[in-house]
Design a binder for this molecule. Structure first.
Ligand code: ZN
Ligand code: ZN
Ligand code: FE
Length: 739
């Protein structure tokens, strides 16, 4: 059997049923998955085979089952055979999984030997990807190798009737890892005293670091304004929202409006952060998610989280332990050096984390969820490829929100979220992730797929690897990642809207209409190009894009700043790179409406523009005219110049929120119109929406509605991020189809 079948209790599952049905033989984990040999009555063998397919263990995801008839060997009884180190290790590694109900009940039961034990787990729950050093997945190949099980734990581990049978991280207070609390004045405590000290610190409003599954969090009482403000100051983070952890769904409901889809996502075994609309009057500090209608919430996912939240009895901010944009800290020594001065105490422990992994992020919109960051609890679940790879491919991703991916024949496996490569520490972590991923699956890449941007560190790395390379255009990779999600390889229309990506003509694309399949693409339309005055500075300073778009619209810029006139000159002379980016248009409009001249995190201007638009019902927004015409090469051109001029004129008499909503309505319908034109011309019936701009729920809704009304099928991202976190998957899909 292949698929996610190791580390999920498959061997004990087979053992229990085989024994019950009187079959003899064995089961083992090998490099490819699970191998089973059974002898006995045909009906019993058929029954076991049926259970493998119909009722596998909770966390298993069965890929393929291949069977064969072999001569009888006369095995006596049924056994679990130790892992063989042979074979090619291509078996998917399990994902880190939230504490199950049975384990939680033990942790909360004063009569149980695991009462208040923060490292309780079983075959249905606990850490996996973050503790695995190599495959096959067995205790010696994990960071639990240094802990010798006590007699009772070993007994559970060996007992096929026990739910900890072969649970690799199995532990108890007598033999497992220990908590340790350290403070600046060098006071330390261990075990339950450490836990209680951390709880006291949180109750006093202190900022502490807590070691979790994939790294340390910085934690603080989420209801205390001054404590949250202090955390922002220390972490050097101005506005970017913090995630809030609570103990159960009832506690989330006090903070957020939840749909069924949101509740399902919150309680899924991967326990992602879920962005959901904040309930009016929710008891949260103002600084948790400044200026945003949504708050990111997640449920406790380890016994330690449950114990902390029970002790503090308030929601906790749980944000990655790092300063600014550095990677999340995951080693106890590292926390002391990098963050020691920033926190009032560190709650660490001696179970090492092998690979760091940030929390995943999912947005719930109505009855749909969309993964925005695919990391802890979701990576490295494999995805099927529509066109299988003929050889191992390594996809290096882009530059921001980096992930890497490898192909395993008919599947692609993407890493956890790594971050923005321009930071040296993140780049090191990126190189580590490549080694780890290739090591886990024993992959020696035959082909390296990379972005076309010559300045991306990922592109430069591709050139240094001395392997055959495939350059995949950024927006083609976005689109291919969306097609992969749906198992599609046929030509579609793609609307790919994002911040920036290197185009085949050397300009910066980002508002593109493609006719494409996995093999290639044709650019058939685009947003009207404007100058990006100051180059990359225009990303941090949306007012620069405001000047550029005001110029194209034939209007005076509204900025009362002498620098704006100088930038206006640059634009008039066409000085700076040219871009067709939709993300930059959103920035420009935000600045022109007087909202966000300068941003402190990526896409902040667009996120806040959407948040404002959302306060206005669709029906109260105006769809202003937007030209959808042809450029000099005959390509479809979406030209919002008149829209920009209209918005600037209306500024005096129309509320800003209505203008924000009207901008969404206008540009969304124009984009859909462009896609419909392209679809009619090419006789295609499907439109895929990709790129980070499609994280905007209001825009997505408008575009989808208009495309649906035109009778077209619409593909939207659900499990692969529409942003650059999905690029490595798309690169692999394109390289698989073309090499
Ligand atoms: Zn469990
Ligand atoms: Zn023990
Ligand atoms: Fe992108």
């Amino acid at each position: 059997m292949t698929g996610t079948v190791q580390g999920v209790g498959f061997r004990p599952f087979v053992f229990r049923h085989a024994t019950r049905l009187g079959l003899s033989g064995w089961v083992l984990n090998d490099g490819a998955g699970v191998l089973i040999e059974v002898e006995g009555a045909e009906s019993s063998i058929l029954e076991v085979s049926r259970l493998l397919v119909d009722a596998p263990p909770r966390l298993a995801r069965v890929g393929t089952i291949t069977d064969d008839v072999i001569p009888l060997e006369g095995d006596a009884g049924f056994t679990i055979v130790e892992s063989s180190a042979g074979g090619i290790p291509t078996a998917p590694v399990g994902i880190d999984t939230a504490t199950c109900d049975a384990c939680l009940a033990e942790v909360e039961d004063p009569g149980d030997r695991r009462y208040r034990h923060p490292f309780t787990n079983c075959t249905d729950c606990g850490p996996r990807y973050t503790i695995v050093e190599s495959v096959p997945y067995d205790r010696p190949a994990t960071t639990m190798a240094g802990f010798t099980m006590c007699g009772r734990c070993q007994g559970e581990y060996d007992d096929a009737g026990d739910r900890r049978f072969h649970a690799q991280p199995n532990a108890c207070p007598a033999c497992g890892p220990q908590l340790r609390w350290t403070t600046q004045d060098a006071a330390t405590s261990v075990g339950d005293d450490a836990l209680r000290a951390a709880i006291d610190a949180l109750r006093e409003g202190r900022v502490i670091a807590v070691k979790g599954i994939g790294g340390f969090h910085l934690a603080v009482d989420a209801t205390k304004d001054d404590a949250v403000a202090e955390l922002r100051r220390r972490k050097a983070r101005d506005d970017k929202p913090f995630a809030v952890m609570v103990r159960d769904l009832a506690a989330v409901r006090e903070l957020c409006e939840l749909t069924t889809a949101a509740e399902d996502a919150l309680s899924s075994p991967g326990r992602p952060v879920v962005l959901a609309p904040r309930r009016p009057g929710a008891a949260l500090a103002a600084g948790v998610a400044p200026g945003l209608p949504e708050v990111g919430v997640l449920l406790a996912y380890s016994p330690l989280h449950h114990l902390l939240l029970d002790g503090v009895a308030r929601p906790l901010v749980m944000t990655s332990a790092n300063v600014s944009d550095d990677p999340i800290a995951y080693e106890d020594d590292d926390v002391a050096t990098r963050l020691g001065g920033l926190v009032d105490g560190v709650l660490g422990h001696d179970r090492p984390i092998h690979i760091r992994c940030d929390d995943s992020v999912v947005r719930a919109v109505g009855e749909r969820t969309q993964v925005l960051r695919r990391s802890r609890g979701l990576a490295p679940a494999p995805l099927p490829l529509a066109v299988p790879a003929r050889h191992p491919i390594l996809g290096l991703g882009a530059e921001l929100k980096s992930t890497v991916a490898v192909t395993l024949g008919s599947e692609v496996v993407a890493s956890h979220h790594i971050g923005d490569l321009e930071h040296l520490a993140t780049y090191r972590s990126y190189l580590q992730a490549i080694d780890h991923l290739c090591g886990l699956y024993a992959i020696r890449p035959a082909v390296v797929a990379h972005d076309l941007h010559p300045e991306y560190l990922s592109s430069k790395l591709a050139a240094d690897l001395e392997l055959p390379t495939v350059g995949v255009q950024h927006h083609h990779a976005h689109l291919a990642s969306c097609l992969t999600e749906y198992g599609r390889s046929d030509p579609v229309i793609g609307l790919v809207f994002d911040g920036l990506g290197y185009g085949t003509d050397g300009s910066l694309w980002g508002g593109e209409v493609f006719v494409a399949d996995l093999r290639g693409f044709e650019r058939v339309g685009h947003l009207a190009p404007v100058t990006m005055p100051g180059g990359v500075r225009a990303i941090r300073e949306p007012w620069r894009m405001g000047v550029a778009w005001a110029h194209r619209a034939g209007a005076d810029h509204p900025f009362d700043d002498p620098r704006a006139d100088a930038v206006g000159d640059l634009v008039r002379r066409g000085h700076g790179p040219v871009t067709t980016s939709m993300g930059r248009l959103f920035d420009a409009v935000s600045a022109l409406l007087g909202m966000r001249p300068v941003v402190t995190y990526e896409a902040q201007a667009a996120i806040e523009l959407e948040a404002l638009a959302r306060t206005v019902p669709r029906g109260e927004a105006v769809a202003y005219p937007v030209d959808v015409d042809r450029d000099e090469r005959g390509m479809i051109r979406i030209d919002p110049s008149t829209l920009v001029a209209t918005l600037m004129r209306e500024r005096q008499r129309t509320p800003r929120a209505v203008l924000a909503a009207s901008f969404h309505e206008s540009i969304g319908r124009a984009a859909a119109h462009a896609a419909v034109m392209a679809a009619r011309e090419r006789g295609l019936r499907t439109v895929a929406l990709s790129g980070g701009v499609f994280q905007n729920p209001r825009l997505s809704e408008i575009v989808e509605e208009a495309l649906g009304a035109a009778g077209l099928e619409v593909l939207v991202h659900r499990i692969v991020p529409p942003n650059d976190g999905g690029i490595s998957i798309g690169q692999c899909a394109v390289a698989a189809a073309t090499t």
